[in-house]
Write a protein that binds this ligand. Sequence first.
Ligand SMILES: NC(=O)c1ccc[n+]([C@@H]2O[C@H](COP(=O)([O-])OP(=O)(O)OC[C@H]3O[C@@H](n4cnc5c(N)ncnc54)[C@H](O)[C@@H]3O)[C@@H](O)[C@H]2O)c1
Length: 419
Amino acid sequence: MLGHNSDYYDALVRDGEARIDWVDRYSPVLNGLVKHSLSDGSLRGKKIAVVVHLEAKTAFLALVLANAGAQVIVAGSNPRTTQASVVAALRERGITVTAEAGGTMASWEKELLAAADHNPEYVIDDGAELTMRIGMHRPELYAQLKGVSEETTTGTQRLYAMDEAGKLPFPALTANNARCKHLFDNRYGTGQTTVQAVLRLTNRQLAGAVFTVVGYGYVGRGIAEYAKRMGARVRVVETDPVRAVEAHMDGQKVGAATDLIPGSNFIVTATGGMRALGEPEFAVLDDDVVIANAGHHDLEIDVEALAAIALGQATSRPEITTFNLSGRDVHLLSHGALVNIAGGSGHPVEIMDLTFSVQGLGAHHLINTPLPPGVHVLPKAVDDSIAAAMLAAKGIHLDAPRPEQEDDFKDWINGMPSS
Ligand SMILES: NC(=O)c1ccc[n+]([C@@H]2O[C@H](COP(=O)([O-])OP(=O)(O)OC[C@H]3O[C@@H](n4cnc5c(N)ncnc54)[C@H](O)[C@@H]3O)[C@@H](O)[C@H]2O)c1
């Protein structure tokens, strides 16, 4: 273990500090609206666990909460996305961090339980990874858990499933379902950074290539859009007929996986489920195809099945594992973890300013508003205030609707006889 005075450690801290300062520079909503709301003292002494991909934007959120008086415990939501320099910088600022970079699934599980052992009253979670583990391994802690704010689509689905099963004894906010989150983070943030990570890791050309997106939700739509704008010929694999129609009307070629995978140069999964690419799909992959995942689960591409059927595997470049499937080479990026974070820098700072403003004001809402157990959404007024703050920071001003612009249906209804 390196001593805290070593040159290496100091350089690590400086790198982490610089990354966090960069986030500070481009976070007008967190620095304005959110800090102002949190300055009312209501977070003072509250124990909040932050379990989101542990890079600089998450560190900045943790520091905003800590500066508002909360006792913050930080862990990562995926073992492949924790950054050593950010961990070091947070610890240097006195924040408790239970995560280490470069961990395995087993060490990450322990880190999550170590975060749970700090007995948080509130959890800002991603994928409900800590919330579910507390339920499975520390169920007695649910008695003191006063609220959870959930970052993403997969975690939201898990919380709704827990609620339906009668196993959600506390209020949970789905930050993901706030408009200031999923409309921008899932779509523009993941869209830009997934395409960016795939190209940076592979150093391959996109213009003219066939780029297949599996899953056409907010994330899939964003990825397809960015790939298309950079000249790719985009195909979409969907299982939901309405979203397939949407993809069709957006001009994408739509169909079943085994029809569209042959001929694809790049395939990216964004379904939120597991094994969207499994053995039936591996059987029809072309030679030299690049496959990557942008969804929450590392198993959206069934990496274990891929390794089992491969004749061999090798590291072709950093973050690229090439599997040999009897004469066909298949290049898997970032071991199947979310490629834009594990193989890139994560979302743009401005996107996370919105997302983490939702989380910061979500935590404030949970702390200050008595809510019954169950899944809740952030009040529309709070969601709107985040968008308004971002527009104001950009110097953009909107008209307020004038009374004469309102639909006059209310006058019509008033004139109708009562039933
Ligand atoms: N990488 C990131 O930074 C990032 C950011 C936000 C969300 N996410 C994650 O991305 C995933 C997708 O999020 P979303 O908001 O787009 O979800 P969504 O529910 O809006 O969309 C998922 C789509 O995938 C389709 N689908 C499901 N299984 C399929 C299959 N086997 N084949 C083809 N299509 C299938 C669904 O019908 C749906 O239209 C989630 O796991 C979410 O948590 C990742």
